[in-house]
Design a binder for this molecule. Sequence first.
Ligand SMILES: [Zn+2]
Length: 326
Amino acid sequence: MLNDQDREFFQRELASFLPPRAFDAHAHLWLPGCVDFSLPGCDGPVGRAEYESLMAELHPERSCGALFLSFATTAREAHRDTMNQWVASQVAGQPSYRGHFFVRPYDNPEWVRDEVRRLGLHGLKCYHTFADCQPTWQAEIPRYLPEPLVQIAHEEAWTITLHIVRDRGLADASNQHWIRRYCERYPAMRLILAHSGRGFQPAHNLEGLESLRGLDNLYFDTSANCEPIAHQAIIRTLGHERLMYGSDLPVSHMRGRHLGVADSFLWLYEDTPVWDVAYGPVRPVLIGLEHLRSLKWACWSERLSDSAVEDIFYHNAVRVFGLALG
Ligand SMILES: [Zn+2]
């Protein structure tokens, strides 16, 4: 899947930066027809074995486990249970892997407790598209992660991966309110904000993170975020112990990147008609590579030690997910 340009990028930008071990705190598996994920050359089921070979391309010899997030779409809701079972089957008996159950806001919390236990999963994944408001991009957190589910996560000491929405991300007062309330009321639940707090516009992180100081159960995965300042704002405001590397497979293996622009952001993909410029053409590399370079720049700019970089790629996840130290 990598082309020559990706390989050159890896050697030039990443080979000397990446630590020896990388635990991936945000990756998706899928079954054809159950969700909309697809990658060229991956027509069949993508399970742990496929994940491992895809990651061996992105960062050779670094991968040492992952948190797999189940997923569902409203158009294919009937496949949600199949996806949860698929993720469960891929982490069963694997001490370096964890799995999150995809939960809908209208699921019965006690049923969720029983299902997550039965499947041997470790926490919850939710998504705004299941919120009962339109547009769901403006949904407040309880619309897609209701408080009774957070209470169950607290009682069971689970982790929750949350991709916040609304225009201004962490700079939004409602998002700040619900993150703080959930973390304070449910201390045994660990909340992981995806995409470095969805800081695709890093100004939102610079503005909003101050309001989240002092929450011991709040974490961030870096997944697919290509803006170094988004990661830096977390490292500088809350500490590098809060941040965990994540690939967001399949996004990692698509080409392009996002850009913070105005008070928002844009996603540019390989087929977005922007690359053919007079001084070019510009050839996009894999988003997973752009992402890793943004992490390198963040770590460099924050003057992190090698051991702090290793924390972001490995030791923080060992602590959060209770992994056996290898
Ligand atoms: Zn994701």
